[in-house]
Design a protein around this ligand. Structure first.
Ligand code: ADP
Ligand code: MG
Length: 263
């Protein structure tokens, strides 16, 4: 019998990520360390350009570290895989010529995970979870931005990955829809306790969505602090205190340091 390791699910160990352009070398983030455990809602928070998306892509296996290692269940991440599904900010991540249901089914069949009726049943299960059962046969262009993001989330979750990677998935939505989507994501998490790695530049979103928050300094991103935030209502006293603390750290110059903070 295979023994499930009780260690961290994901380890990011001294990771530096760079882009080589024709003219120069851009360091996106520098010697990043953190661990994600099962069922964490792990949020990476930092200003634009600090390397959040790059870090998420590296975890997805799309970019290789120039230094350090990323390990999932102890195995070094070297390429994309169905154990790490990405949800992006853009609304055009769905295939426009496929319906909602077909988009989710396609992810399952193309990856070889499931086929036929099993794929269809799994797809409908997650489409229902994001409250889109009535729209299963609709095409993406007939849906609102929020609905399209729900499809992308259903598609990611249907693959039942070890970890769901979300890159500012609600950033392009209007404020009200954004808050509703955050609530829905938390409700989904309550149901299935999936492991989430969620990138945002919004302090309020980080405080609301995260059970743990990793704060990155500005370009090139370095770990500034790590803190717990379980269940903080961003508008409640604990959430306000945490937000103020984060704000202070983001705008306070100095050497990055890691702090453990409990609210
Ligand atoms: P964030 O998601 O935090 O806004 P990114 O990960 O997108 O930050 O980018 C980090 C840094 O890497 C930025 O300075 C950005 O300009 C640079 N960068 C991102 N993508 C590329 C690329 N394809 N080629 C060169 N530089 C890039
Ligand atoms: Mg980004």
């Amino acid at each position: 019998m295979v023994e499930l390791s009780s260690g961290p699910l994901l380890e990011v160990d001294g990771v530096t990520l760079q882009y080589r352009t024709k003219r120069n070398l851009v360091t996106a983030c520098y010697r990043i360390d953190f661990e994600i455990h099962r069922s964490d809602r792990f949020v990476i928070l930092g200003p634009s350009g600090c390397g959040k998306s790059t870090l998420l892509k590296a975890t997805g296996g799309y970019i290789a570290p120039v230094e350090g290692e990323i390990r999932l269940n102890g195995a070094v991440v070297r390429r994309p895989g169905p154990d790490r599904m990405l949800v992006f900010q853009e609304f055009d991540q769905l295939l426009p010529w496929k319906t909602v249901r077909q988009n989710v089914v396609f992810a399952l069949t193309a990856s070889g995970q499931l086929k036929g009726r099993e794929a269809d049943e799994r797809a409908m299960h997650y489409i229902d979870k994001v409250n889109l059962a009535k729209f299963a046969d609709s095409y993406p262009h007939t849906l609102s931005g929020g609905m399209k993001q729900r499809v992308a989330i259903a598609r990611g979750m249907a693959m039942e990955p070890e970890i769901l990677l979300m890159d500012e998935p609600f950033a392009a939505l209007d404020a009200l829809t954004r808050v509703r989507m955050q609530d829905e994501l938390l409700a989904l998490w309550e149901e299935t306790k999936f492991t989430l790695m969620f990138v945002t530049h919004s302090i309020a979103e980080a405080v609301k969505v995260g059970s743990r928050i990793l704060l990155l300094s500005a370009h090139p991103g370095q770990v500034r602090a790590e803190m717990n935030s379980d269940g903080s209502d961003p508008e409640g006293p604990d959430g306000m205190r945490l937000s103020a603390r984060i704000e202070q750290m983001l705008f306070h110059e100095g050497t990055p340091e890691r702090e453990a903070e409990n609210v």
